[in-house]
Design a protein around this ligand. Sequence first.
Ligand SMILES: [Zn+2]
Length: 412
Amino acid sequence: MQHIIDRFIKYITIDTQSDPENEAFPSTEKQWDLAKVLVEDLKNIGLHNVTLDDNCYIMATLPSNVAHKVPTIGFISHIDTSPDYSGTNVNPQIHKNYDGKDIVLNQEENIILSPDYFDDLLQYKGQTLITTDGSTLLGADDKAGITEIITAMEYLIQHPEINHGEIRIGFTPDEEVGKGAHLFDVDKFGAEWAYTMDGSQIGELEYENFNAAGAKVVITGKIVHPGYAKGKMINSMLIASEFIAALPKDEVPERTEGYEGFYHLHTLNGEVEKTELGYIIRDHDMELFNKRKAVFQKVADDLNSKLGKDLVHVEITDQYYNMKEKVVPVMHIVDIAEEAMKAVGVTPLIKAIRGGTDGSQLSYKGLPCPNIFAGGHNFHGRYEYVPAESMQKAVEVIVKIAEITATRELNK
Ligand SMILES: [Zn+2]
């Protein structure tokens, strides 16, 4: 276990925060710092074909050790950490044999990781928790995934008695700014399917995510001296409030869960002459997703006809789609992961992601790619933590997936 903890700490103490404002690729130069270390580590454990391309994507190969033909599979994680919270000078704290009580992250500032608030902590009593010191995020998202993949590959190399086919691994930059899959070369990767190791708590296995669109509403008004405005002024902000009120009130993020979709107003900028609203539209079901977009457009159309002028302009752009459509035809890839978890004593928690993953974009690029737990909790903030035991189990799951994929071909 110490080995996996040491490796994890080595990676999280290298700052790799990405930047949504920067159009460059990768979005921050510092992602190269970890990329270069990873390339060395992959070579040192004995992987073949280790490459780092101009866009900061790493790929490597563990060659097959069996004579029969086995599909090439892949494991993927991301190098960057969230722009939401600082990843500079991460100072990890290790809490062995967690007693189920409050963990003081920072005494001076009274920053406490408490099971009263984060009750997930209680399932890890007796385990080794790795936390922050309260001043940064931890970076288990997704350096836990990177650590697990490398440790699993190392294990397979050291245990040649375990049968496996060719395994490809991929580490991407800029996942947290939604671009991790953008320049991922699926042909070069050459796997039949892959798994992102980027889920949260132990057992998570996900192959459904939202269908997603972004919508911009621009409302045009007319400014006139308020004292002499009767019949002349058009206040775009008041039209905007009608627009907002016309959408279903309960279909918002704070009132939905599970498979319930929503409209989410995330920005509002207005003056009399012009108001802009920024929305995201989400639904797991493609039919309902399309219906939502139609409803959104209709609210604008109805307002325009009521106003007798085209003042409300809507622009909807699809962002990503539910990977389920691409995974269900190859459902054995989920079954293998589920079987692997059970074989190593992990209870699979199969649920739909209320968001997207790099895997959904990769699935649409031809690489079906469910998501597996990396083990961390409370991503993107100072309360982030990961139990070392969960990372260890993720390593075992990866090894088992490789083994099942190889033996399954023999039993066909
Ligand atoms: Zn992640």
